[in-house]
Design a protein around this ligand. Sequence first.
Ligand code: ADP
Length: 405
Amino acid sequence: MDMTPHAYFQTLRPALQKRASTALAQGAGVRKDFLGELNKFFDLLEQALLSGNPSHLDSLLQEWTSARTQSDLQEGERNVTALLNQLIQLTSEAARENLPAAEALPLIGALTPIYLHATERVTTYENETRLNYLQTEIDRLQKKAERLDRSKSNFISVAAHEFKTPLTLVEGYAAMITELLPPELQQIHNLVQGIHNGIHRLRALVDDMIDVSQIDNNLMSLNPQPVWLNRTLNLLQAELESTLKQRKQSLQVHPFEGSKELLFADPERLYQALKNIVSNAIKYTPDGGRIEVDGRILPGFVEITISDTGIGIDPENQEVIFEKFGQLGSVLLHSSGKTKFKGGGPGLGLPIAKGIVEMHGGSLWVESPGYDEIACPGSTFHLLLPLRQGMEENKLAKFFSVLQR
Ligand code: ADP
């Protein structure tokens, strides 16, 4: 008689197969035609025993793994691994019960490397299937997020343009009332002034919405001109003077190296970006706080820093705030106040500032130890702008050097 593990297995197979079919037939993860599959498995196992090559089982195991259902994948179940483990256990039980020890031991010894190999394959296949599934899920969610973002951006753009016409009407009529109103009706003048203020804020909001949608859709155009940062910053300081006084805050603009350098930038857009950042510094710093603007020259760039002694920003939020509607405060706090302490706005100021800076080939980011309204650790915004961008041509350089004198 043939005295090989293969022969022992052939002796064992009917008992093992019977045992496996009853033990596994109602088990979880068992597919239709399970008995047929089990039969195939044992056929291949025999081939592996005969040839000593454990990879005979690979393609069947791969088939089993790829047949996992959607819900298996969602729940991350490892059905084939579990099934294989059960088969391994059943095999050694059946061998011990049905074969004399002298046959059972060499058989188990011969099966062990095959089962080890099979387990390793199944783990790999199951991981691959799961990874593929997760990748598809990620792609799907990413597409969904992109779609949502696009519809948000479309909505902002449409809404902003739709607001513009009625706003202009209201503005025109309010101006006409002011003109026609006899000067002695002071009370009514005050009321109309209230309407003007409201219109002014609404217009600023609509303008921000249009800017953000232009940035989103790459439609914002720049009008680059020679710019000197110290002039821009002085203008900004002058504009914010009365607000700073109201909030009892100081704004110090240090004469940093680079502030007198000529930049090639869109002066209005750059002013807008700086104003958004400094207005935030005012808004998120308690009364009596300090705001400082400083800077330095880096190779090819000028860096402007705007630091405040305000409530600070948690590291985990330091990117979110540059996304549109990325305001962190409670929506209930929204006062739309431009400068009131913590008077959260619509969350468009920083995305616009970042968009403008990036369109200039620069970058904008924030550093802060964290958020603490009592200790007020402060925040520092860093704005990097390329030096003399667009100045390569000699003619332009000459033109600017004349201007600079
Ligand atoms: P908002 O209209 O809410 O001010 P921004 O885009 O200007 O929108 O700012 C987004 C958020 O970033 C703010 O809601 C605030 O939470 C946070 N933030 C911005 N600047 C500062 C700052 N200097 N200190 C602390 N928090 C800030």
